[in-house]
Ligand binder design. Structure first.
Ligand SMILES: [Ca+2]
Ligand SMILES: [Ca+2]
Ligand SMILES: [Ca+2]
Ligand SMILES: [Ca+2]
Length: 194
């Protein structure tokens, strides 16, 4: 009996945590960032309206991305920025070697296409900011309601869209949650007894 009650409580706990998580998705305009033209570099500022929530997951995804031709030295530079301009901004870098935004913000990583092809197929590439150890920096950048990314494609990266997925914990009064847990636990206990 005791094991079953513990199991029921665990289920409720799991449900409780699921219920108070929120997921937000952001896409730039245009969604493919002009197919990440090599002659340009970009910043993408995101207006963050959930400053009372703690970010505990963030994933930056490029769908069906591929270099427009086979190259051995292509590279996409990616940084996280504290206060870029809101929305997508283009800068002209004439495909200059190196990251146009070097020294700004926090490096997220780079990506190079191992093949390259005008028509693709490309691959889906995801940067998991959590596993990259960047969530505390992201939370500090987002605290004022604005954060973002810089991207410098040095070569041309055709893609079908860029997306940022953010997972948060929504604050809930602890007492209400505990009350709910207690009530559900008692109900489960009574059901088991009858
Ligand atoms: Ca460039
Ligand atoms: Ca460059
Ligand atoms: Ca900021
Ligand atoms: Ca495209």
């Amino acid at each position: 009996m005791k094991k079953k009650i513990i199991l029921a409580t665990l289920c409720v706990l799991a449900f409780g945590f699921t219920a108070k998580a929120a997921v937000y998705e952001y896409m730039p305009t245009p969604g493919d960032m002009y197919d990440l033209d090599h002659d340009f570099a970009y910043t993408w500022g995101i207006d963050w309206n959930h400053t009372d929530e703690v970010i505990h997951g963030a994933f930056l995804t490029f769908t069906n991305i591929h270099d427009w031709r086979p190259e051995s030295d292509d590279i996409l530079y990616l940084n996280m920025l504290d206060n870029p301009a809101s929305g997508l901004t283009q800068y002209y870098d004439n495909e200059e070697v190196g990251d146009y935004f070097a020294g700004q913000g926090t490096p997220v990583g780079t990506w190079s296409d191992p093949a390259g092809s005008f028509y693709g197929p490309g691959v889906d590439v995801t940067f998991n900011l959590g596993s990259l150890g960047l969530l505390s920096t992201l939370n500090s950048y987002a605290a004022d309601g604005l954060f973002g990314f810089s991207l410098d494609p040095d070569c041309h990266y055709f893609n079908d869209g860029v997306k940022l997925t953010v997972v948060t914990d929504v604050p809930e009064p602890a007492s209400i949650m505990l009350l709910g847990l207690g009530a559900l636990g008692m109900a489960a206990y009574r059901r088991k007894r009858s």
